[in-house]
Design a protein around this ligand. Sequence first.
Ligand code: DC
Length: 235
Amino acid sequence: MPDSPPRLIVTIDGPAGTGKSAVSQQLAERLGLDCLDTGAMYRCVSLLAIRCSVDPADAVGLMRLIDTHTIDFDWQSHPPAIMLDKQPVEAEIRTGEVGRVVSIVAAIAPVRTAMVERQRAIADVHPRLVSEGRDQGSVVFPDAEVRFFLTADPEIRIQRRVRQLESCGRKVNEAAIRAEIEGRDTLDSTRSVGPLMCPVGAIEIDTSAVGLVGVVEQLEQVVRDRVSSAVLRPC
Ligand code: DC
């Protein structure tokens, strides 16, 4: 039997609006890796809390929900689709209502412990992975082969999010988007567990003045330079 390809974990962390999701998906595609959106998992717990009328700050209530529902991905779709109790919930987790509570849910220590455990279990099954979030290179996979941290000027991040929502046909209130992004930045970077931070030793890339393709090319080059070609698909 042929040897399975060696493990290759690439982490991409950074605040909202740096292009993490699109960059991660395209990088994964170019390198022939799977792609894990860990923000979708926290959004899914938040959706559950809203549906079941559980206070997003109620650690016991949230853990009961996590223990009694299934949150996983359909790995047959591209990118993998987030599933709650085996049903796709991609649209439902991207609403403003979920956006307003997700930072509160993501700051609850036992919720983070449960999600980190699941993310590592996913990597056991999908060991060739681009994993994106806030703590992937600092907490979940500190031993990843390559770790990136994306940044961008806050005003540019807000405008990107506005355009992204408009392109999905959503009616956009710019002041509300600004308040949501600024609020989430503050909560995500000041929480005591798994805060948003540039992991020590990670490669920091400012995406303010670079388009999506340019960022993906830059990251791809770094990975190809750092990782032996035996571990990668040829260019
Ligand atoms: O990437 P996103 O905007 O979908 O993330 C949603 C929220 O989840 C955001 O407030 C940060 C939080 N999050 C986190 O705390 N840790 C992660 N690994 C991923 C996301």
